[in-house]
Design a protein around this ligand. Structure first.
Ligand code: 5GP
Ligand code: ZN
Length: 138
């Protein structure tokens, strides 16, 4: 737990939050600035800056928890779908440097959200990307 990290304090109950769920590893809270009704954040109680630093055992519990929350919240809030969004790094929109997963309910009648505008994948770039990434994975 980091003294200078707001999500450490929230996850560990030092700062009160609108908590939907808590277990020994996680706290799920409502986002202060919701993108839609029910926008929630899954916070591990341990501090990890982002997904690249996340412990594998904690990571293995995140998706099952997101599924459990999704099922319960869908029944409770009657949304039509939801997005899991997880930002890594400032350039990706991460503003709180403590790993978290957004659960953003989506309703057929909005609000509308565009997560990205699709571009085009050209063959040269495709080959270059594949070669470079595979090399780093070796
Ligand atoms: P990020 O942009 O880092 O992926 O997401 C950070 C999210 O945390 C934002 O959606 C923001 O509204 C939310 N947030 C920031 N500070 C607080 C806080 O103190 N309490 C709660 N509940 N949400 C927060
Ligand atoms: Zn933290």
């Amino acid at each position: 737990m980091r003294d200078d990290c707001i999500f450490c304090k929230i996850a560990n109950g030092e700062i009160p939050s609108a908590t939907l769920y808590e277990d020994e590893d996680f706290r799920v809270i409502l986002d202060l600035g919701p993108a839609s009704k029910g926008h929630a954040l899954i916070l591990p109680k341990e501090h990890y800056k982002d997904l690249c630093e996340l412990d594998d055992a904690v990571a293995a519990k995140v998706l099952p928890l997101a599924g459990k929350m999704g099922r319960a919240m869908k029944k409770a809030l009657h949304f039509d779908g939801f997005n899991l969004v997880q930002n890594n790094g400032e350039a990706a929109g991460q503003t709180v440097m403590h790993f978290h997963m957004h659960m953003i309910p989506r309703y057929a009648n909005g609000p509308q959200m565009v997560l990205w505008n699709p571009g085009k994948l050209d063959d040269t770039e495709k080959t270059e990307i594949i070669e470079k990434v595979k090399k780093e994975l070796e």
